[in-house]
Write a protein that binds this ligand. Structure first.
Ligand code: ZN
Length: 131
């Protein structure tokens, strides 16, 4: 599993690629249900703490980080009203695609790297592959 230091190095690397991506402190979520990135207040004064589901597979971990990056870049946070079934907004889905993710599932919660992203994010995948 990647360390907290690796996760934060990757987040900062993504921030160098996209200047709009805010500061955050990334922590590995103890389990997938405790992931917070979908509901974080990205506009808070202090950098938010983001719990991210990590995996031994760097591609899966990077997809999780990019999922939260798309939330961070969404002006409305990327989440629609809770009563709305399709709660990852259309804006979120467009930003996720721009970041190199394929979004699926009726709520848009399932994201994975698209075909070209492994090459595009080779530097980040290398960081996550370090043991
Ligand atoms: Zn989400």
């Amino acid at each position: 599993m990647p360390t907290e230091q690796q996760l934060n190095r990757v987040w900062n690397s993504l921030r160098r690629r996209n200047e709009s991506l805010p500061k955050a402190r990334i922590v590995a979520a103890p389990d997938k249900r405790s992931v917070t990135g979908c509901w974080v207040d990205w506009k808070a004064d202090s950098p938010p703490l983001i719990l991210v589901a990590v995996s031994d597979d760097p591609v899966v971990t990077l997809a999780a980080l990019l999922h939260h990056a798309a939330h961070a870049l969404s002006p409305d946070g990327g989440i629609g009203p809770s009563s709305h079934r399709r709660w990852h907004t259309r804006e979120y889905r467009a930003l996720a695609a721009m970041l190199g993710l394929e979004v699926s599932g009726s709520a848009g919660t399932i994201t994975k790297l698209n075909g070209d992203s492994a090459e595009r994010y080779a530097a980040e995948l290398k960081i996550l592959s370090e043991v």
